[in-house]
Design a protein around this ligand. Sequence first.
Ligand code: SF4
Length: 229
Amino acid sequence: MKLAELFYSVQGEGKLTGVPSVFVRASGCNLRCVWCDTPYASWNPEGEEVPVNEIARRVHAFPARHVVLTGGEPMIMPEVAELAESLADEGKHITVETAGTFFVPMPIDLASISPKLSNSTPTHREQGRFARAHDRLRLNVPVIQNLIDTSRDFQLKFVVAAGQDLAEIEDLLVKLHRWTPADVLLMPEGTDRATLAARSPWLAELCKQQGYRYCPRLHIEVFGNKRGT
Ligand code: SF4
């Protein structure tokens, strides 16, 4: 698997916020979100091919039960199921952070699904050359439903930049089954503390109105937007 980085930190987002976890970041993504905070795993994928057994060995070097398979898009990696099965066999708790555009059957304790809204489309970046493909791929309802149905737990985590994003979220939610408002997390778009602080109050109000969860970005609050955190 092409590996951008592997590190030990605390989970910064979602239902397991604050839980010490090993992060395995696969390099490569089928989407090109304009605000992507890991361009070294999507727009400009970096890293080297590392065998699954070596990744597992590096994971086991840290004193954590929780492992986060992230990216990039880990679900497009050919060896992702083999890696998840190997880690699950060793008793690890597996979170998969995915945009929900590609399904692979494998053991998942928490599917952290982040469907991409139109605010992610790179309309102007690199002369818009990825915009059409991104828009065609970014939402896949059957894949999201499969992840919901086959994972032990799941969360639907939306990156919200403006109030009008709510209509797109609700358009998607009516097509999905077996979720409750407690599974829906709204996270402010932003990769610095000032932007997050500016967007947090109105987003928290939106969560209060809708019954969704407000999702902070703890790692940015604690460490700033740095690799390896
Ligand atoms: S899906 Fe995730 S990794 Fe891929 S471009 Fe979007 S934010 Fe970046």
